[in-house]
Design a protein around this ligand. Sequence first.
Ligand code: IDC
Length: 368
Amino acid sequence: MGKRNHSRSLAYRCQNAGRRRRFGTLLLVFCMIVAMLGSAADITVYAASTPVSKHGQLSVDGANLVDSKGKTFQLRGISTHGINWDVGAPYVNKKAFKTLRDEWGVNAIRLSMYTEDYNGYCSGGDQSELKSLIYKGVKYATELGMYVIIDWHILSDGNPNDNITEAKKFFTTMAKKYKNYKNVIFEICNEPNGCSWKTIKSYAKKIIKTIRKYDKDAVIIVGTPSWSQLGSDLTSNEVADSPITGYDNIMYSLHFYAAESAHSEYLPDKLKYAVKKGLPVIVSEFGLSAADGNGSIDKTSANKWFTLLNKYNISYFCWSLSNKNESSSLLKSTTKKTSGWTSSNLSTAGKYIKKKYLARKKALGSKA
Ligand code: IDC
């Protein structure tokens, strides 16, 4: 009896152990399937939805920016305010970029680093801190599969040659670091002013050569005369008439401010002229306000600009992601949040841009 009991309980235990093993195996298989599905889903989500995983390395083909498949591609970007400003730096964070990507239809960020204004990189700013902010910004954009412009933001230093030694050092560091990245774009002089296209061109050739020593293919944006208006006065077209030769993947910037009546009157014709001549143009900065970044917003003029830019598939970057108390800021000055903004956190400009960008993304469908 005792024996039988013993053997029964042994059999029972064996049976039980067998069940546990089977359960363990099943659990393991189940976990493996979940893990496989999970990573497959991750890969699918990544492959299907980030701008960089869909479009890869960008290049220039004639007047067009194209993706790795050679298809025309448009960047819808947001520019930071100066990352050397307290109204700019806090927005260099991953959640902010993700909000812009997922809720605004933004596929690119411009990291603006002033060279002279407000403790800029060449006027007393902490260079290693500024560079580390750029590294962070590029890292976040890369992790999110977004394109990113590193902008050498000259402004009061109108002649880019003023700080060419620093520019060469800076772009050597950046080109070495990012030579294998698909998503990094270099903007070598935001808005030259008070100097000729010849002077800018001579600077540009030196910096392009510096970058190309390490980075053979990144898109490089060259600023143009008179605050990036493609020519030294409202009707001249020196840049389209005499572009830089000998290098690939070079684009030229056109900047406009929608409430600046001279911009809206003259610059569209310059843009059309440039496109006709095959000049690759990028709007690496625009605002809805007047050129001083403040005053009323002109949506009517902005609507016309968007129609024109979208017609030619020209990329654009709006100034600026900031809560500074000026109308070009995309956030209200009372907004303290640095990401995840609701509509009530946005300025008039912010609400308008979000709507426009989302509409454009929708209109482009799978091409976005
Ligand atoms: C403006 C900022 C403003 C700042 C000023 C000077 O909006 O807060 O005080 O620079 O540093 C540009 C420039 C861009 C300007 C912007 C608006 O590229 O730096 O930012 N603007 O004035 N070109 C045309 C307009």
